[in-house]
Design a protein around this ligand. Structure first.
Ligand SMILES: Nc1ncnc2c1ncn2[C@@H]1O[C@H](COP(=O)(O)OP(=O)(O)OP(=O)(O)O)[C@@H](O)[C@H]1O
Ligand SMILES: [Mg+2]
Length: 142
């Protein structure tokens, strides 16, 4: 399944994320790809909110903290590997620990490092189309 939409504001991207989240089932790895500022964190606000784990306004970029966790019983992890510079640092992060219990894990810049995950995954690609327009493409596993 390939789904493709174009949004014209951050709010529209958040709204689409909320809708998209309704179709997601834990455990799941969500890989967000796209250049700086395409809206990966913005989309995550919608996803986390749509999954019922937190209010969209409470979702902030984990660029420096690397991993955020939302929700109580049904947890949603949000990680950003952008600032991780070496494979050693990546390993130190212990991201595999997340897989101990079913959850939804949303990753930005995951393409930087190979991650062994036992969970199904979906990839969502975001692209700049000029101004506030973004193309969002859902690439599901084969
Ligand atoms: N259609 C849109 N969808 C998403 N964000 C948009 C859109 N139009 C404008 N924006 C703005 O673009 C910026 C996207 O920033 P965001 O932090 O979500 O990107 P990111 O992909 O996570 O970047 P980074 O790689 O630095 O983590 C925000 O300032 C947001 O308001
Ligand atoms: Mg981000």
């Amino acid at each position: 399944m390939v789904e493709e939409i174009i949004t014209h504001s951050a709010e529209e991207t958040i709204q689409w994320g909320k809708e998209f989240a309704k179709h997601l089932k834990s455990p799941l790895l969500v890989l967000l790809t796209g250049d700086l500022g395409t809206g990966k964190t913005t989309l995550t606000k919608g996803l986390v909110s749509g999954l019922g784990a937190a209010n969209e306004d409470d979702v902030t970029s984990p660029t420096f903290t690397l991993v955020h966790v939302y929700g109580k019983k049904a947890k949603v992890y949000h990680a950003d590997l952008y600032r991780i510079e070496s494979f050693h640092d990546f390993e130190t992060l212990g991201l595999e620990d997340i897989f101990a219990a079913p959850a939804v894990a949303i990753l930005e810049w995951s393409e930087k490092f190979p991650l062994q995950s036992p969970w199904p995954l979906t990839r969502v690609r975001l692209e700049h189309l000029g101004g506030d327009s973004r193309r969002i493409t859902v690439l599901d596993p084969a």
